[in-house]
Design a protein around this ligand. Structure first.
Ligand SMILES: [Ca+2]
Length: 571
């Protein structure tokens, strides 16, 4: 049995990491998206349509699906369909139990009626109040509210309308400016071309739209493709003018699109939108997407792909569904640790496949080595104290040992629960402490570690640096980083880095290094579902992604794949 005290402790680590950790994975798994935010909390969909039953001249909004009192399934994204009359409108908000879940920023001129849907991701069990608020150009509001029961075993009474079958908005071009705010596309004009670039990891082309908001400080900008929100950027620095690069994966590949950008200020006093027609060039047109593959079909396609790309026989792949509120990110994800190589395949819902292959626990001349998520790792953790946090040497080293013991105990518990004589993974952690920093703002070097701690990093598999620095001089906005993995011949530079900016952060720093960032070095990406069933698509700080790490048995012989001589193969 798991020790409840210990699990509670790890849960605390998890919660704080999710909130505070700006993680930066330096790896070829990172998509080429330096300066944009894909819709997450701001996910929303909208489109204009002719079938609205509300009158055009009376302000009203109505939730059409789900219906009041409906029962829906736990954890499955719900589309909240609504329609409104009495516009034109500038914003629609979706609230659950009074808390905003998402919104649509929208101003389409001369459209007093509007219908669309917004996504409610991962509804939790229980009864919830679902509210849609419509804001008009004149800052008047109307709202509609229903009760929805989210229950285990209930089936969502909805079906997703495939993007290809949704009505497209009016093919008009034009712009709206309210309260002095303006918005414009910088790298394309109405009727112009946007060149696409191939993203090898995602297996599909992307386009960058450069947008500028001027005249007033906007909260964020939002890009819609044919009425579907596809990218957004937050103006966290409150810049004016604010420029954003919005990276967008055109859903139909090359061809003509209506692009819409919208922005608004914090007080709903200033708004700007612009809608243009563009042609995406340099990419083939996709055929309309069929529904997402079911597990059996996904498994067959993944098995084929392992063979096609790498001549690997993987009839029983480790495979988990990643249900994203962003349909372009939803995928079946598979990972395989075979011989000296680590492989991943992402089968996206439009049947495009993204792939990666990296050497594992061996010297590399290029690419990123991956650490096999099994065995014993000797890790030297060097705390570099900038002397401004109030964290003592003793506290840092003691906390490191306490957290290490909890992590190892969790892996021992997993082994016991699965009938294994020994744990799959164990960490042998040595702590060291350096103060003042030998070169502030830079990672510690091997020579410095040797001279200042007496330890030789080459005798360890991994070197982790934990900065104790209120100013986070090295990392800036990042809270942790995974640099590169295991070369099998000792460590030659810092592999894992994290920072504690205050005494309060100290108890989370070892978890940042030894769970979150170490999991990255072992292949984990943020879209990997974690935990026992692999069902939770959140950051894996509580438990490793057992299935995709190969810690579970996929071929029915009772042996976890990571320990099997012929992993993922027929018995
Ligand atoms: Ca097996």
């Amino acid at each position: 049995m798991l020790n409840p005290t210990r699990i509670h402790f790890l849960l605390i680590i998890s919660t704080i990491l999710v909130i505070s950790l700006a993680c930066n994975l330096t790896s070829n798994l990172t998509p080429p998206t330096p300066n944009y935010v894909m819709p997450t909390s701001a996910e929303a969909f909208s489109w204009a349509t002719a079938t609205i039953s509300l009158p055009a001249d009376v302000l009203a909004v109505q939730i059409t699906n789900p219906t009041g009192g409906a029962q829906v399934a736990v954890g499955k994204t719900i589309e909240v369909y609504f329609q409104a009359g009495g516009g034109p409108f500038v914003e629609f908000d979706l609230l659950v139990d009074g808390n905003q879940v998402t919104q649509i920023i929208d101003t389409i001129p001369n459209t007093p009626q509007f219908s669309g849907y917004m996504l409610w991701p991962a509804p939790t069990e229980g009864s919830h109040k679902v509210t849609v608020v419509a804001w008009t150009l004149e800052k008047q509001t109307a709202q509609a509210e229903i009760d929805v029961l989210v229950g285990e075993g209930a089936v969502a009474q909805q079906s997703t309308q495939p993007i290809s079958q949704q009505p497209t908005p009016l093919p008009t071009s034009g712009s709206v400016s309210v309260g002095g705010m303006q918005i414009q596309f910088l790298n394309v004009a109405d009727g112009g071309n946007l060149p696409a670039t191939m993203d090898e990891k995602q297996g599909k082309p992307f386009v960058t739209a450069q947008v500028e908001v001027s005249g007033a400080v906007c909260v964020a900008v939002q890009l819609q493709e044919d009425g579907v929100v596809v990218a957004s950027a937050d103006n966290t620095g409150q810049a004016s003018p604010f420029q954003a690069e919005l990276i967008w994966y055109p859903r139909r590949g090359g061809g003509e699109y209506v692009l819409f950008v919208g922005a608004g200020d914090a007080n709903k006093q200033a708004w700007a939108t612009s809608q243009i027609r563009v042609t995406v060039t340099g990419a083939p047109a996709f055929t309309p997407s069929p529904p997402p593959p079911e597990q059996q079909e996904a498994s067959q396609l993944i098995t084929q792909k392992y063979m096609e790309l790498w001549k690997l026989d993987v009839p029983y792949p480790a495979l988990r569904r990643f249900d994203s509120p962003d349909p372009a990110a939803a995928a079946w994800i598979s990972a395989a640790y075979i011989g000296g190589q680590f492989y991943t395949l992402n089968l996206f819902d439009d049947r495009h496949v993204g792939s990666s292959s990296n050497p594992m626990n061996q010297p590399v001349t290029e690419g990123n080595p991956t650490c096999r998520p099994a065995g014993t790792y000797r890790i030297l953790v060097v705390f570099v104290d900038y002397g401004n946090t109030g964290i003592s040497r003793e506290t840092a080293l003691n906390t490191l040992q306490t957290v290490t013991a909890a992590i190892n105990a969790q892996y021992v518990d997993f082994a016991k629960q699965h009938g294994l004589a020994t744990p799959i993974l164990q960490l042998q952690v040595t702590g060291a402490y350096v103060s003042p920093p030998p070169a502030p703002g830079k990672l510690i070097t091997i020579a410095q570690v040797k001279s200042l701690t007496g330890y030789d990093p080459v005798q360890f598999d991994l070197l982790a640096e934990g900065d104790l620095d209120a100013k986070n001089t090295y990392g800036g906005a990042a809270g942790g980083r995974a640099m590169y993995g295991c070369t099998g011949s000792g460590t030659q530079k810092v592999n894992l880095w994290g920072n504690a900016a205050a005494a309060y952060d100290m108890e989370y720093l070892p978890g940042t290094l030894l769970i979150h960032e170490l999991d990255h070095l072992m292949g984990w990406a943020h879209d990997w579902p974690c935990g026992p069933e692999g069902s939770r698509p959140e950051v894996c700080n509580e438990e490793p992604p057992y299935l995709l790490f190969g810690w579970l048995d996929t071929n029915g012989d009772g042996v976890p794949e990571i320990l099997a001589p012929n992993p993922y193969m027929a018995k």
